[in-house]
Design a protein around this ligand. Structure first.
Ligand SMILES: [Zn+2]
Length: 259
């Protein structure tokens, strides 16, 4: 089932305090579906994790009464079609549990426009609550969970989606590069690569190694084994970064902190 963008409705959900819980959970906005929560939602955006099935992170007339047993729920109201499905109502000033690299990341993300920080109960991740940083003026979102950092950005000129994942620990020059490519301001002292051309994707060391190994790119047909092994060593050692261009070719460039 697809939800027509112009008809998007949301309700505000304020979970009740749990008797055993130490704090009042933060409120969040979730989609309201007047036609019922469907079994599947084809257009559920990746910025909101995986669609967890009916009546979980969406509200409809059939499950509204049940949702109200555990939370205060507002009346439905129209929502901008470009905002993520699930958003925080009261952004947290700082993540309550400290991810080792969160402080460093925030120094990069805040000036880049990601000022709306929250932990959201998104589905499909290994963590119960996912740390989310939103730039509401650019409709950009960054998700931080134990598998790494996911970015959902847009090219400033074309509006084309710029998405990807960086393995932990997050490589700050690589993140700076993708932020600059999407037109976000970043502090100048952070080294970065030149902006990526349209359609290009920065690869994780694992993905880059895989593509070099299987030669599944136009340059791979003529590659030689010794050269590939040297490339893989350099990728694994963090000496070079690899991007996959729109035509499938791989582009190699020295890592900005080693180059
Ligand atoms: Zn429902």
């Amino acid at each position: 089932m697809n939800v027509p963008a112009r008809d998007r409705l949301s309700v505000l959900v304020y979970p009740h305090r749990q008797p055993s819980g130490p704090y009042i959970p933060a409120g969040y906005a979730v989609p309201y579906l007047p036609g019922g929560c469907p079994e599947d939602m084809a257009d559920w955006p990746a910025t909101d994790g995986l669609y967890p099935g009916p009546h979980q992170l969406t509200v409809c007339p059939a499950c509204l009464a049940d949702t109200r047993l555990g939370a205060d729920v507002s009346d439905p109201h129209p929502t901008r079609p470009t905002t993520p499905m699930i958003t925080a109502l009261a952004p947290i000033p700082f993540p309550p549990t400290t991810h080792p690299s969160t402080t460093v990341l925030l120094r990069l993300l805040r000036p880049a426009g990601f000022t709306c920080l929250a932990r959201l109960p998104l589905s499909g991740f290994p963590d119960e609550a996912v740390f989310v940083a939103d730039d509401t003026t650019r409709d950009a979102r960054i998700l931080l969970h134990s598998l790494g950092l996911e970015y959902h950005l847009r090219h400033p000129d074309t509006g084309e989606a710029l998405r990807g994942c960086l393995d932990p620990p997050v490589d700050l020059p690589a993140l700076t590069t993708v932020l600059r490519t999407a037109g976000h301001p970043t502090p100048t002292p952070t080294p970065a690569l030149p902006p990526l051309p349209p359609g290009a994707r920065l690869l994780t060391p694992d993905d880059a190694t895989h593509l070099i190994t299987i030669g599944d790119h136009p340059a791979g047909q003529h590659s030689d084994l010794a050269r590939n092994l040297a490339l893989i060593d350099a990728v694994r050692a963090g000496l070079i970064c690899v991007a996959r261009l729109a035509d499938g070719t791989l582009a190699f460039t020295p890592h900005p902190t080693h180059g």
